[in-house]
Design a protein around this ligand. Sequence first.
Ligand code: ADP
Length: 183
Amino acid sequence: MRVVFVGPPGAGKGTQAENIVRDYGLFHLSTGDALRAAVKAQTPIGIKADEYMKAGALVPDEVVIGVVVERLDEAKDGCLLDGFPRTIAQAEALDKILAEKNAPLDVVLELAVPEEELFKRLASRGRADDNPEVIKQRLVAYHEQTEPLVGYYTQSGILRKIDGLGTVEEIYARIQAVLNEYK
Ligand code: ADP
């Protein structure tokens, strides 16, 4: 099963992704985690990504696509892509890569959370890019560059919306109800 997880910053994708990969045996590819590791190790990609991440901007498509291509080969038994794609160009690149492997996406989960709740969650999290100015920028980037993916995958017929309000357990139960249709 190949799954994409879409949702604004603070929606809880990381938390739910852990549950999903544990129970469904999927390879977890979080571009946010991969980029943070690259920044920490000060690799060429990390040095490039750092300035964008600090500003709450998206890292350029070609950089992120390179990170994904490198790792996707590890995903023999299915994958959960978390934080990728984040732009239409990334989604098109992904479709192309997966078509070459004859392994198209099964489902895209959109984790939906109202904006005022996102602010509350992000402000209490305390990651380096979680200060108010940067949070604002990340939400702008989400609306302008990532939200169009909802339309893109609705057209492909594989988008499923998940209500992201409630306890972690409640939200995970909603996710399981959808994923179990594809097992
Ligand atoms: P969140 O979901 O909380 O916004 P992530 O950990 O997924 O956080 O991503 C953190 C930052 O990493 C983003 O703000 C962005 O700068 C960069 N990033 C992650 N994934 C991508 C991507 N697919 N394309 C461009 N930039 C990305």
